[in-house]
Design a protein around this ligand. Structure first.
Ligand code: FDA
Length: 416
């Protein structure tokens, strides 16, 4: 359905243009670069506002990240979204768009198409079926709004032309009243991610803040890597801290290191060389609890006490890693204090992260200074706009990044 419906109108028109004379540029009110979440949302909004809109996408399919997100079911919003769920050099930048287009607006849109959804965790909405249904909603809306979508199309260059823009593309020259760059971040290059948006920003004098992979699993060094690998697949609720960040969520041991929501979330705070502080018994003061257990049940072995509070395999592994299993009566205060530290404040220095290959998002991006938070236009150059993840606005895990894509897409689509 997707492949049949897109591209035909644009293809026909471009062929007609080619027939009309070589080099004659196609003209559109708005050209959106990138058929991802933000680009499609912006395109359909501008289309409904009566603009002639073309979306150019270099990949062979639109919305690839929508399709792969949330394990194929796309966590498409979070009902509790607030600006506090986002990282940016300018934390105020996201306020206006998020206030104007809220999660309930997007829910209303998908429900109009009969899309069923489930709340897997508080506030986190996923498709009940597959993410393809959600992409189909966006493509149907684009079709109804008269938007043309061209896949496998490269943009070679972009130049200001009077009050508009001129693009050199693999389809030939295109003139546009405005260009919206919605090319996303750098994560998962195999899905079509490029640094193209950053290059365009620099070309027009905008700064790009430092970018790094975020919402990404950690890798560990040899000894800890082996230990994590021996527990691969095991998940346990922890509290993890790094710098100003703290999350209370499940942690997952993997063959390469540590993952799961707790680790993905804290990766947004982590910088190379930082140690993580992992509390394996959140809410329990391990030292107090061990002293009490030694008084009340002196014959109980440390390993038994651990196995009552941790998954059995993890308890066994900890005894192997740190040694010293004995009846609690034989454990000195210093021994119990050391164990309390392993449990409440496991200091672990990751070797790194899995990087762009598996990261869900890019931390950093185009500096929002110089871009209007209401219209997303470049100040002094309203014919050029940037939306979505390409900007220096990054959400936490839990549907916030898509909500930003929808909200920035709508705000820009209404204004462009
Ligand atoms: P997006 O990356 O979606 O789209 C950019 C588009 O531009 C792509 O189609 C790309 O091919 C195209 N493009 C790039 N360069 C181009 C060029 N030079 N010319 C033409 N086209 C170009 N978020 C969330 O809220 N809930 C979730 O469940 C998940 N899950 C998730 C899983 C995985 C594995 C990943 C990688 C990411 C997530 N995310 C997520 C994050 C979410 O996918 C992301 O924040 C949004 O897709 C960003 O939307 P954009 O439209 O800004 O970029």
């Amino acid at each position: 359905l997707v492949d049949e419906r897109i591209g035909q109108a644009a293809a026909n028109e471009l062929m007609t243009a080619a027939a009309r004379g070589e080099g004659k540029a196609m003209t559109y009110d708005v050209v959106v670069i990138g058929a991802g979440a933000a680009g499609l949302m912006c395109a359909l909004t501008a289309g409904y506002a009566g603009r002639r809109v073309l979306v150019v996408e270099h990949a062979s399919k639109p919305g690839k990240k929508i399709l792969m997100s949330g394990g194929g079911r796309c966590n498409f919003t979070n009902m509790a979204t607030t600006p506090a769920n986002f990282f940016s050099r300018n934390p105020h930048f996201c306020i206006s768009a998020l206030r104007r287009y809220r999660p309930e607006h997007f829910v209303e849109l998908v429900e109009r198409h009969g899309l069923e959804h489930v709340e897997k965790a508080p506030g986190q909405l996923f498709c009940a079926g597959s993410a393809k249904e959600l992409l189909d909603v966006l493509l149907t809306e684009c079709e109804w709004a008269g938007v043309d979508i061209r896949l496998k199309t490269s943009v070679h260059s972009l130049e200001r032309q009077g009050e508009g823009m001129r693009l050199a593309t693999s389809l030939g020259p295109i003139e546009a009243g405005a260009v919206v760059v919605a090319t996303g971040g750098l994560s998962i290059p195999t899905m079509g991610a490029t640094g193209f948006g950053y290059e365009i920003a620099r070309q027009f004098g905008l700064a790009v803040t430092e970018t790094r992979a975020a919402l990404v699993p950690f890798t560990l060094t040899s000894q800890w890597k082996e230990r994590a690998a021996s527990l691969a697949g095991l998940s346990h609720e922890v509290a993890v801290r790094c710098r100003d960040g703290e999350y209370h969520e499940p942690m997952l041991f993997t063959h390469r290191g540590l993952s799961g929501p707790a680790m993905l979330q804290i990766s947004s705070y982590w910088h190379s060389g930082d140690a993580l502080s992992i509390d394996l018994l959140p809410g329990t003061e391990a030292f107090e609890a061990l002293i009490t257990a030694r008084r009340d049940a002196p014959k109980r072995r440390l390993s038994t006490w651990l196995a009552e509070r941790l998954p059995r395999r993890l308890a066994q592994a900890m005894v192997e890693w740190h040694g010293g299993d004995a009846p609690l009566a034989e454990c000195s205060n210093a021994t119990l204090s050391a164990w309390a530290a392993y449990l409440n404040d496991w200091q672990l220095k990751p070797a790194g992260t899995e990087g762009w290959r598996t990261a869900e998002v890019t931390m950093g991006g185009i500096d929002t200074q110089g871009i209007s938070s209401k219209t997303f236009e470049v100040q002094g150059l309203p014919q050029l706009r940037f939306i979505g993840e390409v900007l220096d606005v990054t959400g936490e895990l839990g549907g916030y990044n898509f909500q930003w894509a929808w909200a920035s897409g709508v705000a820009c689509g209404q204004a462009v």
